[in-house]
Design a protein around this ligand. Sequence first.
Ligand SMILES: [Zn+2]
Length: 463
Amino acid sequence: MKPAFWKEATRRSWSIIKPEVERHIHALWEKPELPAMEVAAARLLTEWLRGSGFDIEAPCCGMPTAFIARKRLGPGPCIAILAEYDALPGTANDAVPYRQSRGQRAGHSCGHNQIGAANCGAAIAALKTMQDHKIPGELIVIGCPAEEIVWGKVGLLKKGAFEGVDAILTSHGDYQNGVISRPCQSVVGGEIVFRGESGHGGSIRKTNALDAAELAVQSIERLRAHHFADTQVEHVLRVGGGIPNVTPDEARVWINARQADYDRTSEVYDFLVDVCKHSAQLVGVSFQHLFVSATHGYLPNDRLAEMMMANLQEVGPPAWSDEAKKWMQSLAFECAPNGAFDLDEEVGLYTEGVDPYGQDDGEVSWQIPLGRVNWAYPQQVPLHNWALTALAGYPGSYPGPLMASETLALSAIDLMLNPKVIEQAKEELTERTKGLTLDPPRVGAWETLTQNPEAFWDATWVE
Ligand SMILES: [Zn+2]
């Protein structure tokens, strides 16, 4: 089959699916759900995929909000497209270019509503092309819960969801329209629980759990410059008492360490846990470490990136309307009143540097070649901020994820028709990991997140 023919055919299939992608971006955005609690999102996407001809396994791997949608059309490569659909606490906003006070409600401030719909739409369009033109191969969509705590794909990998997959394709919103072949950060995280005794705040506070938590955080900050200046550390104090005159009997600190190198990230994380343990001993309270998850940063794959870049060029940059750009400009101004409006309107291939975030597909990319395409949001609109929630629900922003969706559909068909690219991508992965022994996937909070995720988000969980 000539490239001009299958590209044209795939783009036609995709344009038929496009209104459904837009509808699902909106439907997911309307009902943001916290990581591991994405019941409605998983149902919405699996119903769409089932209605489009995929066989559904949901839930899968013992994870209630994970799914696999699969269709095999004769012998050929097995290509997986990933879907994400979780939201973040405390970042809710309507799709308006100004901030609203929405308390601790969840919002799609990482745009996973756009990823979930764009990536599923790509698979549906690719399957339609395969069926219409008798292209053999196996196409699957893996529905990945709890990306925001870098947990879902690590668990899915551990449970075998990726077995038999030859190559993986995915997308994310970012600050450029491009194919990404550069690493991102590894992340290791968990929660420390300090437990003391409650009592009247006026008496001597011998067993104040908050003292231990604060001592630990201060110590970490003091040690940072000399002990782990190469690694970012972030924390939140999830439990720290309810009223000053009751000595807090429990305090919880949730900590992440992050940097490109996985082993170093793990080493720093272990050190942080040790600091917490010693702080508990000094204060005389008990200590419990609740591990959550660890993920490698992304292992780039230039061969897949090259293939995807050719398809991205075919699609071209997002076709934002003038009205949409004006809206985004007013949102950007709310976020950065003194900053110039900066929105990438080109497409490019990004191979230099390290992206300053972690993603749990990084863990999978060390086992199976993984290719990614990103779309741009305005530079002034921070990810994980109310403004990104507003943007992810604003239809004028959809051309970004739509560009990614169409590129993924083309890339999936490209791989089905050119298994040689897969072989080369696998050889590249082997070369990049030569001589390395990889830790097996590490996930914690398993019982909690699969059986009682509310306890995780209420900060009452123990394992
Ligand atoms: Zn994200």
